[in-house]
Design a protein around this ligand. Structure first.
Ligand code: HPA
Length: 287
């Protein structure tokens, strides 16, 4: 079965059950899941209950699609994602984004949910960053060694050779910066580089990533943004700098520290998302 057919089945499954359709989708990265708990009137679908969603590789961390209200906005949240380092194919990693897009076409009504906010935990490469900072993603570098669009082209998704000039929507970035300003939050800006992982970098790799002008390094997001842009979704990306990349700080990295810093920064991320979401929808009410 093609990825399109799988995504269409999941989209129909959700459409039959959802009371309201999302206007915006949010992918929550490692340690950043708390935003989903702030939604009102939420409907929850465990990934394990969705057809064609890949099986979880870690027991108890299966993730869920949650659709609920953030003030006046209906938001669809992907709480947890599938990573390339877990052994999934990129068709599996990007299935939730394909579903989000197709869901908007199931019922011939607005909203179409054509907006995507991706969040992640990332290591800081820029010496001006500190652990706990939020970073607006201005662009990305794909060092995964793979591209989700490799393979047979399905033109129902969009172009064979999608343009990534403005992958991270300039209007959305402006709105995010204005929101941070109004909230009195520091929002760094920079380039996110995706590596395959699951090891953290060696100090030599950290220096190489700094030399290619990356500001933050992580193991996700880029495949999702590539397919979202192929399908014409408008994208906003926010990294939580959970640690300084290996070799910058003089102590070893641990996933526990990454998760703990993510959880501490979560409240800032929640405040920012709550401010941004209605403004994204006002910026382009028809999307
Ligand atoms: N490197 C790669 N991925 C990460 C890091 C890091 O330092 N922190 C969180 N995700």
């Amino acid at each position: 079965m093609t990825q399109y057919e799988q995504a269409a089945i999941v989209a129909n499954f959700l459409a039959e059950r959802l009371e309201v359709m999302p206007a915006v989708w949010v992918v929550l990265g490692s340690g950043l899941g708390a935003f989903a708990d702030t939604l009102n009137s939420a409907q929850r679908f465990a990934y394990t209950d969705l057809p064609h969603f890949p099986p979880a590789t870690v027991a108890g961390h299966g993730g869920a699609v949650i659709v609920g209200q953030c003030q006046s906005v209906t938001v669809g949240v992907m709480q947890g994602r599938f990573h390339y380092y877990e052994g999934y194919e990129l068709d599996q990693v990007t299935l939730p984004i394909r579903v989000a897009k197709l869901l908007g076409g199931v019922r011939p009504c607005r909203p179409r949910g054509n907006r995507l906010i991706v969040t992640n935990a990332a290591g800081g490469l820029n010496p001006n960053f500190t652990a706990g900072d939020l970073m607006l993603i201005t662009d990305h570098i794909n060092l995964l060694g793979a591209n989700p669009l490799r393979g047979i082209h399905d033109e129902r998704f969009g172009a064979r050779f999608p343009d990534l000039t403005a992958a991270y929507d300039p209007d959305y970035r402006r709105i995010a910066l204005e929101s941070a300003d109004q909230l009195g939050l520091t929002l760094q800006q920079g380039i996110y580089v995706a590596v395959a992982g699951p090891t953290y970098e060696t100090p030599a790799e950290t220096r190489m990533l700094q030399a290619i002008a990356a500001d933050a390094v992580g193991m996700s997001t880029v495949p999702e943004v590539i397919v979202a842009r192929q399908m014409g979704m408008r994208v906003l990306g926010i990294s939580c700098i959970t640690n300084l990349a290996a070799g910058i700080a003089n102590h070893p990295l641990s996933h526990q520290d990454v998760l703990a810093t993510g959880q501490r920064a979560s409240s800032q991320l929640i405040a920012l998302l709550q401010h941004i979401l209605p403004r994204l929808c006002e910026a382009d009410p028809m999307v």
